[in-house]
Structures are given as structure tokens and as C-alpha cells.
Ligand binder design. Structure first.
Ligand code: ADP
Ligand code: MG
Length: 504
């Protein structure tokens, strides 16, 4: 048996001179290949300049078997979350305003209430599209490493395109320089290919094809001042070049004046001042995942109007609700996974999963419980085990969680009625002593630091009326952050884009 990989020996030794050369090649590759961000600050209305995205100089070692396991799990997750989104009763129970999280979490409540009203009025489109990303960290216990899920994203799963470019950049560095080392690991065959751009675009194109109206376009609903715009533009270029599908980009505020629903069949039409009206086949949200995207009721009204339409939504409101942290926690309760994966009467004999598949999913989870568990028990347990926990509310996009020593004080300040909005989750313990060189635009010196790397596996699913029509695994992402930063969002400035070198 080979000795286990020693993470403390990463990255391989490199001289200052070679590291500077590597950094030059990395940043020039990034700038030349559109691995880009908009600079910090207010953008001029016409884009005038860009900077390279934050990147790591070396790819990050990851056990091959755990990577392959994460890829295998994706198809089950695609189906699982599709079925959750189609289970109205479950979502009402878990996320609704009568008995679920929507009672105490204003944002969840708004989305759920809007959806319930639309259900009563009738929804014009039975199909939903999910572009997903399941996020993992390696968990080390004694000398054993396993794969543990951080969260499952059902809305605005970003960095597919830039992740592919980062993997291509590391591959180019291997070809051009062999990273200036003799590391036996840094060979082309250990750098897995990543086709996340075409993978995600295949999902969007599948929804567009299912909608099947000549001349229709895909709508990207975006945030004002988005710095991660190139990640989105690469998807647009691929849609246009490979599938001849045009994209329309709009913010919620622009859409407030431009959206019309046809009287005949609720087709979604965008009427812009200078362009002819266009019909929308698919609404792809790169916005709408945080309450900040809904400063007034107008944005909610726009969201509900889009939801009402005949266009396929990526995601629909129920699919967005399915991605809540609360759902992730409820899935760990006895019998819940069986409800979605073992019900032969509902899903047919071809639609049920083996005991092994369920065990594999469960093995990838950390312990979770709701803070409102059994009166004060949930909070008591969280206080007692604070140093090994993270608390999470029903939010996406980073910066919302409460970690370790901050937990006891936070629990004192949390009004008991808000407890149902929060879950407690055991902390994953990534391997220690792993380092990398992190490179940020505008700084000539890279930073050598101990890091933690989060793997995301992309997937897509087109589903509706009780059935998954098609689903696929769709590439991967690695984000690497300094070990001492709890949060991991690239967009929020805490982490860099990275890729993998598989080790055995
Ligand atoms: P968000 O929806 O804001 O991205 P996440 O659940 O992904 O929320 O948490 C944000 C970050 O916090 C993750 O990227 C990860 O770095 C860290 N984190 C979350 N859960 C855990 C956990 N159980 N153990 C260790 N780190 C975690
Ligand atoms: Mg996350």
C-alpha cells in the first residue's frame, strides 16, 4: 500500500525566482484567457477595464477516490433535489409560513407566500431547471480522510466558467513549466479535466429546447454592479456559439418595467425601449438569492410575475426553497431520504435507489439539528458544543454564519422565536498544514499561507410533473481560502479560485 499523501508537504519546494516566473505566467494566462473580474468600486456604464480573478499558483491535492465519489453522488443529488422541489407538501411543512421556517424568516416567508398564491392562480409552466452545486470539504479524523458536504446550492451556483479556466491555467503551467518542480504528483494525468462551462450550458440549452419556440431567448436576471460578470458572459458565449441561443441580461429593476405576460398563454415577453419584443424560454437567476436583491416589494412582484409565466425558471421558487439550509438539516432526520429516494409507488421501480446509495449520501453529511429542537435542547446542545459547530440561518452568498466561540454570545442575543430559522452543524475538519500561494490582482507579491479548499460539483436537472426528464453531472470548482478565514466566498473577497491535482 502506498503511504497516505502528506498534505503538510504541499506545495512542493520552489525557489523565489521560479515562483515569480510562475506567478507571471499564471496572471498573464488569466488575463489573456478571460479569467477575470471587474475591479472593486463603482463601474462605469460601459465596461472599460478588468482585473484577473484571485487564483492559487498551485492546484490543490485531493484524494482521487473522494473526488470520484463526489462526482458519483451528483446524479443522486440532482434527482433528490428535483423531487424535493416537486413535493409541495414537504416544502409547505418545512419552509412555509404556517408551520415552517417562513414563519420566522421573512425572506423565506415572502418567497413561499408568493409561490402559494401563484399555485392557487395556476402556474403556466410545469418544467423546472436546476443548475446545482454541491459543496464539500475533506474531513480528517485520525489519519482517515472523507468527503463531507458543506451545502447544496440550487440558485445562482456560480464560478462554473471561471473554475474551468482556472483548471486550464494550471494545466498550461504544468505543460509550460512543470511548475518548476520534480513533484511526482504534478503531472498532466493527475490534473482532471473540467468541462463546467459546457456542462452548465447543456442544462440551459436543454430547457430552451424543451420550451421549443423559435426565436425565443434565455433571460439572465443579474445584480447591478456584479463583479463576477465574466463567469456569466462565458456561459452566454457558449450558448450563442454552440447552440445559437441569444441571451438577454436584465436586473430586477429593469425588468419591473419591461416584463409582459401574454394574455393567451402567459408567455414571458421582454419589451425594451430600443429593441423589438422578445419571448423568453428560460429565466436563469444570477440574482434573487439574498434579501438584498429585494429592497422593496417591487422586486418581489417582478419575481412573482416571472414565476407566473410560461418560461422555464432556473430555479423556480420551490427549487430555490429546496436549497434552504433547513432542508439540508431535515434530510438528515430518520426516514426523510427514504421519502424521496425509496418510494417505489411514487417513483416507479426504476426511480428508487439502493441502500448503498442512501448510505453514501449519509456518509457525506455532518451532524445537524435545528436550534428549536425539543424546547431548549437544541440551543443547549449548541452552547455545550459551540467550539465544534457552525450555526447557519436561511441565507446564501456568504457572511451569514456564526462560528465556534462567537456562538454562546450569539445564542444569548437570539430571541427564542427566531430559533426555527437556524440550524447547528458540526464543523468539518480539513487536513492541516496544507499551504498554497494565493495571488490577487493589484498586488505584486503572492501570499503564502495555510489553506482550506472547498470542492464544488456542478450538476443540472430538467424536471416536472413528478419526473426528472434529464440530469447530468456538470464539472467542478475549487475555492481555496486562508485557513483562518471561516467563510469561503470568492466574490466576498475571502478566497481564490483553484483546481485539483488528484493523489492516491
Ligand atoms: P453560504 O450559503 O453562505 O455559502 P455555506 O454553508 O456554504 O453558506 O457556508 C459558508 C462557508 O462557511 C463555507 O464555504 C465554508 O468555508 C464554511 N463552512 C460552512 N459549513 C461548514 C462546516 N460544517 N464546517 C466547516 N466549515 C464550514
Ligand atoms: Mg457556500
Amino acid at each position: 500500500m502506498q503511504p497516505a499523501f502528506d498534505f503538510t508537504q504541499w506545495p512542493p519546494l520552489i525557489s523565489n525566482k521560479d515562483r515569480n516566473a510562475l506567478q507571471y505566467r499564471a496572471t498573464s494566462y488569466a488575463l489573456a484567457h478571460g479569467l477575470l473580474y471587474l475591479p472593486i468600486g463603482v463601474q462605469p456604464p460601459k465596461l472599460t477595464s478588468a482585473i484577473h480573478a484571485p487564483i492559487s499558483l498551485f492546484p490543490t491535492p485531493f484524494p482521487r477516490d473522494q473526488f470520484e465519489q463526489a462526482q458519483r453522488l451528483q446524479s443522486i443529488y440532482n434527482i433528490l433535489y428535483s423531487r424535493i422541489a416537486m413535493d409541495i407538501e414537504f416544502l409547505d411543512q418545512t419552509m412555509g409560513t404556517e408551520v415552517g421556517v417562513g414563519q420566522v424568516d421573512e425572506f423565506t416567508g415572502q418567497l413561499w407566500s408568493g409561490w402559494r398564491d401563484l399555485r392557487e392562480r395556476g402556474l403556466a409552466q410545469p418544467l423546472h431547471l436546476g443548475l446545482f452545486r454541491s459543496d464539500y470539504l475533506l474531513h480528517q479524523r485520525d489519519s482517515e480522510l472523507s468527503l463531507k458536504q458543506v451545502e447544496f446550492n440550487t440558485i445562482s451556483s456560480s464560478f462554473g466558467a471561471l473554475a474551468q479556466k482556472t483548471a486550464e491555467m494550471h494545466r498550461s503551467l504544468e505543460i509550460s513549466t512543470k511548475f518548476y518542480t520534480n513533484s511526482a504528483h504534478l503531472t498532466a494525468s493527475n490534473l482532471p479535466p473540467n468541462h463546467s462551462t459546457s456542462g452548465l450550458v447543456e442544462g440551459l440549452a436543454a430547457a430552451h429546447a424543451a420550451y421549443n419556440v423559435d426565436g425565443s431567448r434565455i433571460l439572465f436576471v443579474v445584480q447591478t454592479g456584479e463583479r463576477n460578470i465574466f463567469d456569466q458572459l462565458w456561459l452566454e458565449y457558449e450558448l450563442l456559439e454552440k447552440y445559437s441561443i441569444h441571451v438577454v441580461r436584465r436586473t430586477f429593476d429593469e425588468l419591473a418595467h419591461q416584463v409582459k405576460l401574454s394574455e393567451k398563454d402567459f408567455a414571458l415577453i421582454i419589451e425594451s425601449p430600443d429593441e423589438r419584443p422578445v419571448e423568453i424560454s428560460t429565466v436563469y437567476y444570477r440574482s434573487g438569492y439574498t434579501p438584498d436583491d429585494f429592497p422593496t416589494q417591487t422586486q418581489y412582484q417582478t419575481r412573482f410575475k416571472l414565476e407566473r409565466s410560461k418560461a422555464i425558471k432556473c430555479p423556480s421558487i420551490p427549487l430555490q426553497l429546496a436549497g434552504g439550509k433547513k432542508v439540508q438539516q431535515v434530510l438528515t432526520e430518520p426516514g426523510v431520504l427514504e421519502r424521496f429516494l425509496c418510494d417505489e409507488k411514487k417513483y416507479g421501480s426504476q426511480g428508487v435507489f439502493s441502500a448503498q446509495a442512501l448510505a453514501d449520501l449519509r456518509t457525506s453529511w455532518m451532524e445537524m439539528w435545528p436550534l428549536d429542537l425539543d424546547g431548549d435542547a437544541g440551543v443547549g446542545q449548541a452552547r455545550g458544543r459551540a467550539l465544534e459547530l457552525v450555526l447557519k440561518p436561511q441565507r446564501e452568498g456568504g457572511g451569514n454564519n456564526v462560528y465556534k466561540e462567537a456562538i454562546p454570545e450569539f445564542l444569548v442575543s437570539l430571541p427564542p422565536r427566531e430559533r426555527p430559522a437556524w440550524i447547528a452543524m458540526e464543523l468539518i475538519s480539513p487536513p492541516l498544514g496544507l499551504k498554497n500561494y494565493l495571488v490577487r490582482a493589484g498586488s505584486e507579491e503572492c501570499v503564502e499561507t495555510e489553506v482550506v479548499s472547498e470542492l464544488g460539483i456542478f450538476g443540472w436537472s430538467l424536471f416536472g410533473e413528478g419526473k426528472v426528464i434529464n440530469e447530468k453531472e456538470a464539472g467542478w470548482l475549487v475555492r481555496t481560502k486562508g485557513k483562518d478565514s471561516n467563510e469561503g466566498g470568492v466574490a466576498t473577497g475571502f478566497s481564490v479560485l483553484d483546481s485539483l491535482v488528484l493523489v492516491d
